[in-house]
Design a protein around this ligand. Sequence first.
Ligand SMILES: [Zn+2]
Length: 392
Amino acid sequence: MTMQRRYRRGDTGPAVAEIRSKLVLLGLLPAGAHTVAGSGDGDGHGGYADAVFDDSVDLAVRHFQQQRAMTVDGIVGPETYRHLDEARWRLGDRMLSYSIGHPTVGDDVATLQQRLLDMGFDCGRVDGILGPATERALREFQRNYGLGTDGTCGPATFRALDRLARTVVGGQPHAMRESELLHRSGPSLAGKTVVIDPGHGGTDQGVVAHGLTEAEVVWDLARRLEGRLSALGVQAYLTRGLDSDGVGEEDRAAFANATDADLVISLHADRNQSPRASGVSSYYYGSGSDRYGRRSPTGEHFASLVQRELVARTGLVDGRTHGKAWTLLRRTRMPAVRIELGYLTNAEDAARLAGSEFRDHAAESIVVALQRLYLPPDEDVPTGMLRLPVFT
Ligand SMILES: [Zn+2]
């Protein structure tokens, strides 16, 4: 329905009923107070044609116009009506996709754009209009989160956005670590969910040394890891986008919990005042070394597997595994391991980390450790021997 004329206080009729119902839907007008003096014929549905643009409607319209930064005049003309129509859409109400010539417009599109921007996917301005830039950002998001990159915002994408939104809002209460259901879906990696956490990002670049930036190095490594995992049928999620800013450890942990992942792999590179400090270390959740200390047995096991493979396949010095109560390790409900892959402050480590071949070896080491984690003990093979399919 398009609105040709302008409606104001005192008007009546079906168009006013339409306006009223939209305002009710938006919570700006109480439901039920629909009819007017004169329509009380008692049949219960006489209010439609007799709906009146009364003071309460006038007030609601003004309120709405103020919310939307429009001219506040209490009059519903084409523009206000269009806004009323767009405002009723909530993300998830309908499938969203780009259509040339007939762009979808609505508050659901604006919400989608805001979420994409929040996660670091550039969709341009938040204008509620699904144009080419929004579609590009949507496809990029889908690719990053292992969804079908069809550029259509459907059920799977809504679910992913919803999970992520909860982490942005921070409303998810931090549940304590639950039982680690290591073998809940069998030895195959396919069907598993892994959260990859590239440390730092945005204005927090982490260690910067020898021409390398930790945030960039671990982002690249995360993408290599993600590609390999996806090829094996693993649902891989990244905790941040390329340029995401201000994603704290709490947010990352909440994100992992929201995805209900099987495992979290956090990627970092280390620094030390001494340029001689070098090597790789892996960390799992563990607090206190006495018998009362808490720890994640699966995390510890996975850390040892990752550590072994990384040392065997990359030649980095073995910095061993350690239990830590760092936020990401502590707040995640599933086993989590943080890998400090070499020291950027060490010239040799930095030179290695700069190479793409090294990064491929590192990514492969992590995938192999993951396979090993889910492998029944009798099928295990010596470290460094497990072969993966070739990725092209
Ligand atoms: Zn770091």
